[in-house]
Ligand binder design. Structure first.
Ligand code: AMP
Length: 417
């Protein structure tokens, strides 16, 4: 075994697998750019305070952060997610609202690695800051939905909930706290610990022994104000108008205090239940304010790239593609011809490759075949002497031809068109 390997929970994405990572982000970019979203590229590293604002009570922030003191004695962290950075950027740059942005890239969380859960994982996402319209919630959800459809996924389920307005949520949390405290003996030890910090997160527990207590817990819908109910109903009727199927899942509460109204999760139907969320998001308030800006409503989602690709594997869609070139230059003379011609081809915008180390004709033809090239240019010492080269079609029954040097580029372009 080599001395150095990737750290636990971190992976190399090699070709051809990496081709679909790039296509994934490109497809996402197309989907959201066509809806008026601009790209934000925040740094990977921020002052740790930015992430502390995301939620002091979440595992992401309390236990899983990759943080350290830099050489300037600043306490910094690798980002565990990107919403906080987007809000920090909003406060820093004060763009006009509504501000619609999308992002992509890696995040870092010190979690227990397993299939679909990594310490470095990629997300794509969008955020809209400065608009409270429930139809914006529908737009955001629909963009996530459309994207999964574009990937070809069929088994994606949308779970939807509303946390109501902050006062509704506060009364709900108080009721929940009282209920779980009354039933504390029936909770798992882990949930007892969670209860001491945040009663809402007990609802997230997937431990079987907590199931019965959770099933009997108060429901957020019993606490909605009229305005909260109307917002939620408007979102649901918008989704129905777009024929986007959803289930209301009252257990879908995000543990963070600043979430309000709509929350949602995209669930991959083929994945193991512990790691089946392929994306999630919701409407939030107060995050921009916590970071020093004006009170600003926001909504967004983040989709997990790594996990969505596992769902694509399960459904046999969005496969990796072998990259190929159009032309392969076979040169058995060991001279400068392959070097110069390959350069000319590339300058003319024709993808091309060649062999090195003066391999045999047979070996170079093998490489040409593997490269996926449609045409091989074959150069031997006779051809160099005559200054005309052989063009051999590799994927058709067409006959090879001999082309004078000065007609090479035009002939190739014609053959490829
Ligand atoms: P979150 O930022 O926790 O709401 O996560 C949004 C999405 O990112 C999830 O639905 C997952 O698809 C993905 N995700 C979160 N954490 C991880 C992880 N450790 N490894 C892989 N994917 C993750």
């Amino acid at each position: 075994m080599p001395e150095f390997q990737t750290s636990p929970g971190m992976r190399d994405i090699l070709p051809p697998e990496s081709t679909r990572w790039r296509r994934f982000v490109a497809t996402f970019a197309e989907t959201v750019t066509a809806a008026g979203y601009g790209q934000i590229i925040p740094p990977l590293l921020e002052d740790i305070g930015v992430f502390h604002r995301v939620g002091e009570a979440t595992d992401i922030v309390t236990k899983e952060m990759y943080d350290f003191i830099d050489k300037g004695q600043r306490h910094v962290a690798l980002r565990p997610e990107q919403t906080a950075s987007v809000c920090r950027a909003f406060v820093q740059h004060r763009p006009a609202t509504p501000w619609k942005v999308w992002y992509s890239g890696p995040n870092f969380r010190y979690e227990r690695p397993q299939r679909g859960r990594y310490r470095q994982f990629d997300q794509v996402g969008i955020e809209v800051l400065g608009a409270n319209d429930p139809y914006l919630d529908v737009e955001v959800i629909a963009l996530g939905w459309n994207f999964f459809k574009r990937l070809g996924l069929r088994q994606v389920h949308l779970h939807l909930n509303s946390l109501g307005e902050p006062e509704n949520r506060q009364r709900f949390v108080t009721a929940l706290q009282a209920y779980f405290t009354d039933n504390i003996e029936r909770l798992s030890d882990a949930s007892k610990t969670t209860l001491a910090k945040n009663a809402l997160r007990v609802l997230d527990s997937k431990r079987p022994e907590d199931g019965e207590v959770i099933a009997g817990a108060p429901k957020i819908s019993e606490f909605y104000s009229d305005a909260a109910r109307l917002h939620f109903e408007t979102v649901q009727s918008g989704l129905q108008a777009l024929d986007i199927p959803f289930v209301v899942n009252e257990k879908l509460v995000r543990g963070l205090d600043y979430y309000r109204h709509t929350t949602f999760e995209f669930v991959g139907g083929t994945l193991d239940s512990a790691q089946n969320a392929i994306g999630g998001g919701g409407r939030y308030d107060g995050l921009v304010e916590d970071l020093g800006g004006p009170a600003t409503g926001g909504i967004g989602f983040a989709l997990g790239l790594d996990r969505t690709l596992l769902a694509c594997d399960d459904e046999s869609v969005f496969a990796a593609t072998q990259t190929s070139v159009d032309v392969f230059v076979v040169d058995t003379t060991g001279g400068l011809e392959a070097l110069v011609i390959t350069q000319q081809l590339r300058e003319a915008g024709i993808s091309s490759d060649r062999s090195f180390e003066n391999r045999s004709m047979k070996s170079q033809m093998k490489a040409a075949d593997k490269s996926g090239a449609k045409i091989a240019i074959i150069i031997g010492s006779d051809e160099v002497e005559a200054q005309s080269f052989v063009l051999r079609p590799l994927r058709s029954e067409d006959q090879q031809s001999t082309i004078p040097r000065n007609e090479l580029m035009t002939s190739i372009m014609k053959a490829l068109s």
